[in-house]
Design a binder for this molecule. Structure first.
Ligand SMILES: *Cc1c(COP(=O)(O)O)cnc(C)c1O
Length: 920
């Protein structure tokens, strides 16, 4: 099965995601051919196999210079064996190298770095004991970009190696590049890199003959060709690398005056500037120091120390130090199951460096600063009650009663509750529907602009405070936050944006996803509006059109530009770290890039106090600290690998001759209507589109589909989502979370492996075979039943109801076009039983009131799972659409609705009296 997942890409540079797996595949293939050659030695096939080895080895070498292992020396020996026709030696060396690459042994086993025959047991015994403890130490690679003669490189590697000391916390190996292009390529494909040393004076063009290199590079990095003078090339490369992998430490070695350079703006991306004659040891130590900065987890490190100290506890937390558990006659198994460390690490103290989440001054403060650095924010706050609470904190921090929030009605319930709490008035806007899968997409920019326009027409634009959107959605719709914010800021330059990136925290760590993140967009827009080029663009645009009028309907179809003198970048992001990274459940982050945060900081603190427990879970805080460390050191490797795997699963399912008869992974074309997919991209990668076109679509389309979230359509196999989910769990041990009427959502994650993928594909193949054999046995009647079932799942799908409107009793100007309403009073009216009544969903009563009135107005939130968005909110008028949808819903879990009671309404008389009192 796993061969389905093997890369079928030709050995060209096509896609940065597949580079690492392509390399492993190529070595595996070469290993097989080398073995065949060594077995055939002297025989009739030997010559042909030798030639095959030569051509495959040349292919491998094309990008092998990007990695420190195996390096020039070992590769030279392989080449020699090949040229001499020594099949046995060639096969042994290739086997050794490919095994080390596949297993990662080069990270910990010194013996795989030379050509010695370690199959020889005596040689193994003769090895000196490992005095440096290197096997235990994390390993990384350092790229040195240098104008020096490649003949010198091995010597310089040996020199760097000699500087290793037993008390270094990590060990590293060096890989060289001789040009800008080679360096850029290495940064993209080599996951092991943690630092780059730039030695002034190298040239631009690659010395390797790599087909498609230029096209490949230009697709992923923007090279400013006006700035490729040898004198500035190192800084240009530094900026290029920083944009592509911001986590890497960059060092410059120059013979120009380093003092003056170090202070320049251009050098801001550099960690340090050295003079050429600097002690190499100084560089060695700086490199280790840089990695250590990311490795440090201030809170976790201290918690470990704390746990080891003998402490008598007289605070309120009996399980701390485990005494109430290990001394117990009845719950000792709790201690055995969880282990001692978790109990030793429990405390309710905020002393001993444990710091306080509510008023951080020490290790938590430093952990938050590290999160801000890692995730590209100005500020970061750790949350220990899920993004459900993080959203309420941010909403309450930026909104006060009366503020208007333009919000996706389909957003997570925490936002809606946030509006009730803060008294903000939601202006619900609709995502485009994907009726065929019973799900929603995301909110079109035109809809958001229309809402702003409506508010402007009603004279309420000044009250619109926040735009609140989910990026990406559960089903993988990614906004184009740069474009959304730019066009909205053109209408109102001080808007605040809250991007709920609950699923999308990992997205910071590769360039493909990062361009569609809130923080990525905040950085890009800040740089753009500060540039002279933008000012010129803006002046030219404005001179053609005169004063900007926010009620001008032309803005719906035109792209307006914000005034650089007025625009403020005010962006908030929340993410469920536990959903996409290695944090414990409920671990969440709030990221801030707000140029006016000084106005928000006080309210933010209040909101944080309002919602945060005074006993936050220490293990959660520590796990957030660790999740950050992991992402800053291996987020690039993990997220590119997961994306590569997701793309392979997509292709394997959709091209499998049997599976694809009954199952399909929805493509960008299926999930995004053409009008929001301006590039016309149908699916990622060949044969549907080149990788260049795919990258272009990710950059520019209004919406793009996150390839790591796979909507697997199971309706054509006769399964509804819930049924299929249960079947995957029971029969195949595959767990998934979200379902729709005819699909399930398969999310790939940083923990997924090729075996997981193979398990899924095997399950689908088994099920397809079963359906096939059942249909062939059942005859026409059975086939008709199957066809009817498929039709009912795939075509007879209920229309998704739009948000109707708030009842006039909850609106300030019922005749206006903007639909914001007072949800909070409606919510609290339901607390008085006398204000409410119930109607049964299937009763004649409901139909009569729809026909004749009085209007039915919901008293509370009604949220079915799935799809998980409120189909009624407090104060909303219930229309025929909503009733029809409710009646068709075949899910059991509907929050806020009990079938035995019926739909909870606010009584018409209460509505009338509220209206009367608000009119006077
Ligand atoms: C899961 C989710 C939340 C809530 O996050 P928790 O960490 O589970 O509390 C908020 N918004 C969206 C879009 C989500 O998917």
């Amino acid at each position: 099965m796993s061969e389905v997942l093997q890369s079928s890409e030709p050995s060209r540079l096509s896609n940065v995601l597949v580079a690492a797996s392509m390399r492993a595949d190529q070595w595996r293939q070469l290993n097989a051919t080398a073995r065949a050659w060594s077995f055939a030695a002297g025989g009739p096939n030997a010559k042909g196999l030798h030639a095959n080895c030569q051509s495959q080895f040349n292919t491998v070498l094309l990008i092998e210079h990007c990695w420190a292992y195996p390096g020039e020396r070992l590769l030279g020996e392989v080449r020699e064996a090949l040229d001499r026709g020594d099949a046995a030696l060639f096969a042994r060396l290739v086997h050794k190298i490919s095994a080390a690459i596949l297993s990662g042994d080069y990270r910990r086993d010194e013996r795989v770095w030379d050509s010695g025959d370690d199959l020889d047991a005596t040689a193994l015994d003769a090895l000196p004991p490992d005095i440096t403890g290197i096997n235990e130490k994390p390993y990384f690679e350092v790229l040195v970009v240098t104008p020096s003669d490649p003949a010198q490189w091995q010597r310089s590697k040996d020199e760097m190696r000699r500087m290793r000391r037993p008390d270094d916390a990590f060990h590293f190996a060096v890989v060289h590049a001789g040009s800008f292009e080679d360096a850029a390529l290495a940064v993209m494909v080599n996951n092991d890199l943690q630092a780059v040393v730039l030695m002034d004076g190298f040239g631009f063009a690659s010395r390797h003959d790599v087909a498609d290199l230029k096209e490949f590079l230009s697709r992923h990095i923007r090279v400013d060709h006006s700035d490729l003078e040898p004198g500035s090339l190192a800084l240009t490369l530094a900026r290029t690398i920083d944009a592509f992998r911001p986590e890497l430490d960059l060092y410059l070695l120059t013979d120009r005056a380093p003092e003056s350079l170090a202070g320049s703006d251009a050098a801001a991306v550099l960690r340090r500037v050295f003079h050429y004659v600097e002690e190499p040891m100084e560089i060695h130590l700086s490199i280790l120091d840089g990695v250590n900065d990311r490795y440090l987890t201030p809170y976790f490190d201290n918690l470990k120390k704390y746990a080891m100290r003998p402490i008598g506890t007289f605070h309120a937390l009996p399980i701390a130090r485990g005494k109430s558990i290990f001394g117990s006659n009845w719950i000792r198994d709790m201690g055995h199951f969880y282990g001692t460390n978790i109990l030793f690490a429990e405390s309710s103290a905020t002393t001993g460096g444990l710091d306080s989440l509510l008023e951080p001054t020490g290790t938590i403060k430093r952990a938050q600063e590290a999160v801000a650095r890692a995730f590209g924010a100005k500020r970061a706050y750790l949350g220990t009650n899920g993004t459900s609470t993080s959203n309420k904190i941010v909403v309450q921090a930026v909104c006060k009663p009366g503020d208007i929030v333009i919000v996706d009605r389909n957003c997570h319930k925490s936002h809606h509750y946030g509006f009730v709490l803060s008294g903000a008035q939601p202006y619900y806007v609709e995502a485009f529907p994907l009726t065929q899968y019973s799900m929603y997409g995301a909110v079109p920019l035109r809809t958001i602009k229309q809402a702003l326009l409506d508010c402007a027409a009603g004279g309420k634009l000044d009250r619109v405070k926040v735009i609140d959107l989910t990026n990406c959605t559960f089903d993988g719709h990614m906004y184009n936050p740069r474009r959304v914010m730019e066009e909205c800021l053109a209408i109102k330059p001080d808007l605040i944006f809250l991007w709920d990136e609950a699923w999308f925290g990992f997205a910071r760590f590769n360039a493909l996803h990062r361009r569609r993140t809130a923080m990525g967009a905040a950085a890009a827009l800040t740089a753009r509006y500060r540039s002279a080029a933008y000012r010129e663009e803006y002046e030219a645009w404005k001179s053609g059109r005169g004063e900007v009028d926010p009620t001008d309907p032309a803005l719906l179809d035109e792209r307006w530009l914000p005034d650089p003198d007025k625009v403020r970048i005010r962006v908030y992001q929340t993410n469920s770290t536990h959903k996409s990274m290695s944090a414990f459940r409920q671990g969440s982050m709030m990221l801030v890039w707000d140029e006016d945060f000084h106005h928000v900081e006080g309210p933010f603190e209040e909101a944080f106090f309002a919602h945060t427990s005074t006993s936050p879970n220490l293990q959660l805080i520590a796990s957030l600290d660790l999740a950050r460390r992991q992402m800053e050191l291996e987020g690039y490797a993990l997220t590119t690998r997961m994306t590569d795997l997701a793309l392979k699963i997509r292709r394997a399912i959709n091209t499998h001759p049997l599976i694809s008869k009954y199952f399909k992974v929805a493509t960008p074309e299926d999930m995004i209507p053409a009008e929001y997919r301006e590039s016309g991209l149908k699916d990622y990668g060949p044969p549907h589109a080149s990788w260049a076109a795919s990258a272009e679509a990710l950059d520019s389309d209004e919406f793009a589909l996150d390839p790591t979230r796979l909507t697997l359509i199971c309706g054509a196999a006769g399964f509804d989502g819930t049924q299929f989910k249960g079947m995957l769990a029971e029969r195949f041990d595959i767990q998934i979370n979200k379902t729709s009427r005819n699909s399930v959502l398969v999310q790939t994650n940083i923990n997924n492996t090729h075996s997981d993928a193979a398990l899924l594909i095997k399950a689908l193949a088994d099920l397809s075979r079963e359906i096939e054999s059942r249909l062939s046995q059942e005859g026409t009647l059975g086939q008709q039943v199957f066809a009817d079932r498929v039709k009912s799942l795939m075509t007879d799908v209920p229309d998704l109801p739009n948000f109707s409107r708030f009842h006039d009793a909850f609106r300030d100007d019922p005749s206006g076009a903007s639909n914001e309403g007072h949800m909070r009073p409606a919510f609290f009216m339901a607390y008085e039983e006398a204000n409410c009544e119930f109607v049964k969903l299937n009763s004649e009563d409901v139909d009569r009131r729809l026909r004749e009135g009085p209007e039915m107005v919901s008293a509370n939130f009604v949220i079915p799972y799935p799809p998980g968005f409120p189909i009624m909110v407090p104060g909303q008028v219930i229309t025929a659409d909503t009733i029809a949808f409710m009646r068709k819903l075949d899910v059991k879990e509907i929050h806020g609705y009990h079938a035995a009671q019926g739909i909870k309404l606010i009584t018409p008389s209460k509505l009338a009296s509220r209206r009367a009192s608000s009119v006077q």
